[in-house]
Design a protein around this ligand. Structure first.
Ligand code: ADP
Length: 208
């Protein structure tokens, strides 16, 4: 199925934009949600994670001890790579399964680290970037997550730059304090374009 990879920095508005596509009947596959599911109690990643890192990385309920894992991978790059070697293929496989099962004209795949990690860019037909200034990201995430300015800036610094993300984009949604009305109009226009691309109309229209 025709797939659009939706990405953007933390707090750029990916979920907000994905919800607007979903409201138009477009199936949404969210790799963040999948990452949580595979590390929930009984999740697909938990046996291999415990085998690799030890049982102390599982919480009493069998889910990933996120705080413990976060502090390990924050300071240890090789541990991060070992974790990703377990989780990334599982996330890809689950996302592919959901894509195959999705019913709709095309599918939106939300991949927060699409630009940073692996081969996602080549696994979607089009890349849609939600863009906003860093200051807007900081304000939104401080409010949403109760983080400090420094905490948000540290996360932003580990992600791709705004420029790198825009360079990878086929389409951009500017969400710099845009009203929801303006955002909805932009999503509606993109939706029409994706419907045309998915059904091959665009190609037909280009014929003489
Ligand atoms: P992401 O999924 O990229 O981290 P979200 O969609 O969760 O970002 O948006 C971050 C926060 O900012 C949320 O609380 C969301 O409601 C808010 N937000 C996003 N876009 C807008 C907007 N155009 N106007 C007002 N609030 C917004």
């Amino acid at each position: 199925m025709f797939s659009v990879g939706l990405t953007g920095g933390i707090g750029s508005g990916k979920s907000t934009v994905a919800d607007l596509f979903a409201a138009r009947g477009v199936p949404v596959v969210d790799t963040d949600f999948i990452a949580h599911r595979i590390t929930a109690p009984g999740g697909l990643a938990m046996l291999p994670i415990v085998a690799e890192f030890g049982p102390s990385f599982a919480a009493p309920d069998g889910s990933l001890d996120r705080a413990r894992m976060r502090s390990l991978v924050f300071s240890d790059d090789s541990a991060r790579k070992r974790l990703e070697a377990i989780t990334h293929p599982l996330i890809r496989a689950e996302a592919d399964r959901e894509r195959r099962e999705a019913q709709g004209p095309y599918v939106i795949v939300v991949v927060p680290l699409l630009v940073e990690s692996g081969d996602w860019k080549t696994r979607v037909d089009r890349v849609l970037v939600v863009d906003c200034p860093v200051e807007t990201q900081v304000e939104r995430v401080m409010k949403r997550n109760g983080f400090t300015r420094e905490q948000v800036l540290a996360i932003v610094a580990r992600q791709a730059s705004r420029e790198a993300r825009l360079a990878a984009a086929d389409d951009v949604v500017v969400n710099d304090g845009a009203s929801i009305v303006a955002l909805t109009a932009r999503v509606e226009a993109l939706h029409r374009r994706y419907l045309a691309l998915a059904s091959g109309q665009e190609h037909t229209q280009r014929q003489p």
